[in-house]
Design a protein around this ligand. Structure first.
Ligand SMILES: [Zn+2]
Ligand SMILES: [Zn+2]
Length: 118
């Protein structure tokens, strides 16, 4: 397993308490905060999902946001907005929930967490 050269998070620039609190971004190869415990509070500067081949893909928030921007750019802002309203009955009558980083559409993917204290 690879280890970071230091414990600095590539997203927020803060230093992690331990190497176990960092993960390497699948896209940009930077290390970032990823809380390894689903049952303990911790800082997350990205997310981990089980990829198409069941490999674990860890992605930092910067890359998640970049992917979301690419998706919106590909659809066009109007289309992206329309998709966001598609779930409402009348469309446009219900305020959208605030965008949540890490909640980008990942159809067919599940959020993955290691639980090391079993
Ligand atoms: Zn961080
Ligand atoms: Zn990244």
């Amino acid at each position: 397993m690879r280890a970071p050269t230091d414990l600095t998070c590539g997203v927020c620039g803060e230093t992690a308490e331990a190497v176990t609190h960092l993960a390497e971004c699948f896209e940009c190869d930077r290390w970032f905060h990823l809380n390894p415990y689903s049952n303990q509070p911790g800082k997350d500067c990205g997310d981990a999902v089980i990829g198409p081949t069941d490999g674990i893909e860890t992605t930092c928030n910067d890359c998640i946001e970049a992917a979301e921007r690419r998706r919106v750019a590909a659809l066009g802002p109007d289309r992206a907005k329309a998709e966001g309203l598609a779930g409402t009955v009348l469309g446009g009558q219900v305020p959208l929930p605030p965008a949540r980083p890490g909640q980008a559409p990942t159809e067919g993917r599940r959020t993955f967490r290691r639980v090391d204290d079993e």
